[in-house]
Design a protein around this ligand. Structure first.
Ligand SMILES: Cc1ncc(C[n+]2csc(CCOP(=O)(O)OP(=O)(O)O)c2C)c(N)n1
Length: 701
């Protein structure tokens, strides 16, 4: 067994030599006052956590954090994640006090419509907020992704004497984050990968909403993290800013140099009192999520000796908090390092800046055209998961920012490609630039980590699992959509077409349920050409995540004209048409071949059919009305065919849906498709029934 790495700050450390820019107690009280006053004014919010973590925040933000309030996007800033996002007023206070563009009026408008101070921190709404948090546990997982991105970029771009990527990721997390399973997934992987530049500060206050956590959370958290391989600094008095600053000094040192040669993330257990400063509420769950009330605020002011009025910060404290000069100097030092790097390594410097801006290389359009042409010429009848790997074989090497992976299903998801080296940690942590991440069986952790990677910048993360397990990661998918981040999910084994593994593994409701997430693009391509274009569009889509739903089984190649290939980009298009078409068959993915077969049978019976391929309903829905009417004319009867729940298809005013509104069965795929009516004959019968009904409606009218 490894020797215990839990250390106690009280026992083994000298006093920190750090000099705070002002009286740290009063600096912390400024946070307490702003937080309780803003929550009171909004008449909602969470004062307890900001008041409890105020001293810890002083130690980190005024003593350690490398950031520049004037440029919240500076690429080499330390990242700060408030995983316990309900304590948003802590972060807003810090941003305001440090000199970010967050004036006091915004704090006064806490939780109000269109303010920059929403209930929980939201990235791109408030300058300095790195990620949207509130769903507990995901912030720490985002932070693991950020710390991973930092090390991978460092391994790729840093050169001797030029550590242009050289920052840490700090996280505040509460008991709630600790209890959430996703924190286990992410922190376990962080330990395995030895992400030493990740420093988590745990708000160990023993309180959550229902009361004292000892009744439902009695883990030995220090030993839990030690078992992950983390360094743990236990028993830090979270109300002693010198003790916290000292712990942070140790963590920083270990982050860069290792602790006795061992590289690992660090957890600092900060013992705190929720609602610290409030005579009646401190240490109780009542402090967690409701305003203190006017009387208790007055009592708290008296107890703290805080005489400034609501939303007032005494000038000496405002000056002590102002981090602009320090931040500008830090960024300037980095900039001159980077300028020298750009002279010595111009190509690397250009590529670094391009990647951090999230732009694709100049040759991108040509690369896509060649990949699509290649897929079209090869005309292969293969599974779309295989077609996806073929596309990756082109896009991966062309785009060094593509960072792939799988939740232990690499051979099934086919998310790797030749030359994509698997990431492996050395004794020093992540020191080699891997391209494929074995996330282990951690779907939610993978998705939340990928969000962190995307938020950090420099990468286009993608990862795979079976479509049915998208439920495990679902809230992280939702968060990527909400945060408008480019994350690509490869969901293979997308229907009963996977066969014998049975209903546990057969996606039925998943396509429909992913399609209803706002700002999520869902693709269910039918063959290599559609798959390649779905990949290209997902890569080009900077404003949100995409999900690629791919078949396990081989699907027939579909021939198309050039203009039809171009129209795939519109999400839905007319694939086959006929003079005087009487009905449109809309199909996706594995059911497109079925629609084409039914069309031939119907044509033989004198019924003219239009076949509409609809690989992405969300993309199709964004097209203009004229285009949509051109594909699906108002008067043309139509039916949809998809091996999944029928719900979503009725919005296209379908007359019928050949779908699957029940769970599947365990049997060979061919048997299942037949059993559940996914046969050309059933499609033909349904189409004829639709036309018969329409005729009788017309004759009644
Ligand atoms: C995934 C998720 N589940 C539930 C909640 C609702 N919630 C917000 S805070 C909280 C309790 C958190 O306790 P702790 O982290 O100890 O925060 P503290 O009471 O110390 O502020 C809960 C259940 C949430 N935000 N996210």
């Amino acid at each position: 067994m490894r020797e215990s790495s839990v250390s106690s700050i009280a026992a083994d450390s000298p006093e920190t030599t750090w000099a705070f820019p002002g009286d740290p107690k009063r600096m912390a009280d400024a946070i307490r006052a702003l937080s309780m006053d803003a929550v009171q004014k909004a008449n909602s919010g969470h004062p307890g956590m900001p008041m409890g973590m105020a001293d810890v925040a002083v130690a980190l933000w005024s003593a350690h954090l490398k950031h520049n309030p004037a440029d919240p996007r500076w690429v080499d800033r330390d990242r700060f994640v408030l995983s316990n996002g309900h304590g948003s007023m802590l972060l807003y206070s810090l941003l305001h006090l440090s000199g970010y563009d967050l004036p006091m009026d915004e704090l006064r408008a806490f939780r109000q419509l269109h303010s920059r101070t929403p209930g929980h921190p939201e990235v791109d709404v408030t300058p300095g907020v790195e990620t949207t948090t509130g769903p507990l546990g995901q912030g720490i997982a985002n932070a693991v992704g950020m710390a991973l991105a930092e090390r991978l970029l460092a391994a790729h771009f840093n050169r001797d004497g030029y550590p242009i990527v050289d920052h840490l990721t700090y996280v505040f997390m509460g008991d709630g984050c600790m209890m959430e399973g996703v924190s286990h997934e992410a922190c376990s992987l962080a330990g395995t990968l030895k992400l030493s530049r990740l420093v988590a500060l745990w708000d160990d206050n023993g309180i959550s909403i229902d009361g004292e956590t000892r009744h439902w959370f009695a883990d030995d958290t220090a030993r839990r993290f030690e078992a992950y391989g983390w360094h743990v600094i236990a028993g830090v008095d979270g109300h002693d800013p010198w003790a916290v600053a000292r712990a942070l000094e140790m963590a920083r040192d270990w982050a860069v140099n290792g602790r006795d040669g061992r590289f690992a993330p660090t957890l600092i257990d900060c013992r705190t009192t929720i609602g610290k400063g409030s005579p009646a509420r401190a240490g109780t769950s009542k402090a967690h999520g409701e305003p203190l009330g006017a009387d208790e605020i007055a009592a708290t002011r008296a107890a703290l000796g805080w005489s400034a009025g609501p939303f007032e910060v005494p000038a000496d404290l405002a000056a002590a908090w102002d981090a602009r000069a320090r931040g500008a100097a830090a960024q300037q030092a980095w900039q001159s390092l980077f300028d020298r790097y750009a002279q010595a390594h111009p190509e690397l410097a250009r590529d670094f800046l391009r990647r951090m801006r999230g732009e694709l290389p100049d040759a991108w359009d040509d690369i896509v055209d060649a990949a699509v042409a290649d897929a079209n010429t090869r005309a292969e009848t293969i599974a779309t998961r295989k077609a996806s790997q073929n596309a990756l074989q082109t896009f991966g090497p062309a785009l060094p920012e593509m960072l792939g992976g799988s939740a232990d299903l690499t051979g099934s998801n086919l998310t790797d490609f030749k030359g994509a080296t698997a990431l492996r940690a050395t004794e020093q942590g992540v020191t080699e630039p891997g391209r494929h991440i074995n996330y282990g069986v951690r779907e939610f952790g993978m998705a939340a980590l990928m969000n962190g990677v995307a938020l950090h910048g420099g990468f286009i993360p993608y990862g795979g699992t079976f479509l049915t397990f998208s439920d495990y990661s679902r809230n992280a998918l939702r968060m990527a959509a909400l945060m408008r981040r480019r994350v690509i999910h490869v969901f293979t084994h997308d229907s009963i077409g996977l066969g014998e593994d049975g209903p546990t593994h057969q996606a039925v409701e998943h396509a429909a349920s992913l399609r209803i997430i706002p700002n999520m693009d869902v693709w269910r391509p039918a063959d290599p050409v559609e798959t390649t274009i779905a990949w290209a569009l997902s890569i080009e889509r900077v404003q949100g995540p995409s999900a690629l739903l791919l078949s396990r089984q081989a699907l027939p190649f579909v021939s198309r004209s050039d203009s039809q290939i171009e129209a795939i980009r519109k999400g839905g298009y007319v694939l086959r048409d006929a003079q005087g078409a009487q009905i449109a068959l809309i199909a996706t993915g594995s059911e497109l071949g079925l629609a084409l077969a039914a069309r031939d049978l119907l044509a033989a019976q004198g019924i003219q059919v239009r076949v509409v391929s609809m690989p992405s309903t969300s993309v199709f829905d964004r097209q203009d009305a004229d285009y949509k009417l051109h594909v699906l004319p108002a008067r043309m009867p139509r039916m949809a065919i998809e091996a999944g729940v029928s719900d979503g298809w009725w919005k296209y005013h379908c007359d019928a849906v050949v779908g699957l509104d029940r769970f599947g069965e365990s049997a060979p795929a061919g048997v299942l498709f037949k059993t559940f009516g996914f046969t050309p004959e059933n499609v033909v019968d349904t189409a004829k029934e639709v036309l018969r009904r329409r005729r009788s409606q017309r004759s009644r009218a």
